[in-house]
Design a protein. Structure first.
Length: 455
């Protein structure tokens, strides 16, 4: 039996990485600085102290290549890490592809997605800083669930502003978070100034991530014992996710394989960063020509149709302004089932690497994505999260493109989460009631008219 015949590559607990990889150390040119949403002037770390602990702000700006994972964080990682790397043998067979497909499965933990990797770290650093309570937003509910579990573990209170349409559509997600002791509100609420303002202006709004972020940041800024926590986009969040790629590198070596292409879905960019950045290191140094593909929904085509400009991180302009690919902070994407991919912006580091040609991007319609999700469930057995199914779609297309050429391409993708809370979406698909999302280019154009004018 050759090493290539492994179905599942597992590591020992002692092989959980001891450090995160910080790609800031290896970027060809430094990242563009943040601006303050209030003053429109360059942001200083002190601006962020009202809502983040000092340790995380230091990580946000750090250019150290490796940063130690604190023991209590690594202890909690042990509950579910290292995660398995699977070879998608059954999927390969049905596609009749000579390509070898591997996937890193981040949906096997208690809350079902990769988000726990940063939730644990963020809860820990806030606890260390003496914080009593965290406020956050959640779209589809995966981030809120992960942070709820982590806060419960470290003894912190959590308030979650959940986008109204998800709050109404996904009661089980709310109850799940409440089971871990969190309080969950339907955003926009009447608990914050920006929530009240939005409700007056748009009484029928279904909410958005941008609004929910504004509310959560406001609560943190107004209360000394409360900090804010973000589940994606920021540098330190992307860095915490690199445990995914660091493990996958070791696992591929064990299988005697070298990845030709690395694929992940991209909402704010954290799971993509997690799997890709450790592999990107060699490419940045000109030592590898591995390809990277970020996959997004056509309903929220941040990389494929957005612009690379400074923009607000949230609706009310309370969060920092970053240079990133954006559809405009006021852009309201259609309510597709992959709720976790509906953010208007993209992580600044990914934006920069995409702009410089290190990353490719693809966008898919949701029916096409669910077709891939179904095929995956019926071959590999795991029902994927709708977000993760975007990566599956792209991986399948890569594998199919090898059929005629006979190329034995090695494809690695990140299966960022499971879809067990998304059965309603699967039901819609199977009943033939799922609609393709459309995107209105004029809508994007209009929302891009409101980019900030910086000093
Ligand atoms: C939140 C989420 C995403 C999208 O967020 P990124 O920061 O882009 O990773 C993707 N997959 C799952 C399962 C998620 O929960």
């Amino acid at each position: 039996m050759s090493k290539h015949d492994l179905k599942k590559i597992i590591l020992h607990e002692s092989e959980i990485p001891r450090q995160w990889y910080n790609i800031m150390a290896d970027l060809p040119t430094p990242i563009h600085p943040y601006y303050s949403g209030q003053t429109l002037k360059p942001a200083v770390p002190e601006d962020m102290l009202a809502i983040f602990p000092k340790s995380l702000i230091e990580q946000e700006f750090s250019t150290e290549r490796y940063i130690d994972i604190p023991d209590p964080v690594r202890e909690m990682y042990k509950q579910y890490r290292p995660t398995p790397l699977y070879r998608a043998t059954e999927l390969e067979k049905i596609l009749k592809t000579p390509a070898r497909i591997y996937y890193k499965y981040e949906g096997g933990n208690a809350t079902g997605s990769h988000k726990l990797n940063t939730a644990i770290a963020q809860a820990y650093y806030n606890k260390e800083a003496g914080i009593k309570r965290i406020s956050t937003e959640t779209g589809a509910g995966q981030w809120g669930s992960a942070l709820a579990m982590a806060c419960q573990h470290f003894g912190l209170d959590l308030e979650v502003f959940m986008v109204r349409c998800s709050f109404d559509q996904k009661p089980f997600r709310r109850i799940f978070m409440e089971t871990y002791g969190s309080r969950v509100f339907s955003s926009p609420t009447d608990r914050t100034q920006c929530g009240i303002k939005i409700r007056e202006q748009y009484p029928d709004t279904q909410g958005s991530l941008g609004i929910a972020i504004s509310e959560a940041v406001e609560v943190a800024a107004m209360n000394a014992d409360t900090n804010y926590s973000l589940g994606s986009v920021l540098n330190h969040v992307c860095m915490h996710q690199t445990v995914i790629g660091l493990e996958a590198m070791t696992q591929l070596e064990m299988a005697d394989e070298k990845a030709d292409v690395v694929i992940a879905c991209a909402g704010g960019g954290s799971n993509f960063s997690g799997i890709a950045f450790p592999f990107m290191k060699d490419k940045l140094k000109g030592r590898s020509d591995i390809r990277f593909v970020a996959v997004e929904p056509t309903a929220c085509p941040t990389l494929t149709k957005g612009v690379y400009e400074y923009d607000f991180g949230d609706t009310a302009g309370v969060a920092p302004i970053a240079k990133m690919y954006t559809l405009g902070a006021g852009y309201m994407p259609q309510s597709i089932h992959a709720g976790g991919l509906r953010y208007h912006g993209m992580a600044p580091i990914i934006s920069k690497l995409y702009n410089e040609g290190y990353i490719e991007a693809k966008a898919y319609d949701q029916v096409n994505v669910f077709e891939a999700a179904m095929l995956f469930a019926r071959t590999e057995g795991i029902v994927p999260a709708p977000e993760s199914a975007h990566a599956i779609r792209a991986a399948i297309d890569e594998a199919v493109s090898c059929v005629d050429s006979g190329e034995e391409r090695v494809i690695l993708f990140n299966l960022s989460g499971n879809g067990y809370f998304d059965m309603y979406a699967y039901d819609m698909y199977m009943r033939g009631e799922m609609k393709d999302s459309s995107v209105d280019d004029n809508e994007i154009k209009r929302s891009l008219e409101h980019l900030p004018v910086l000093e």
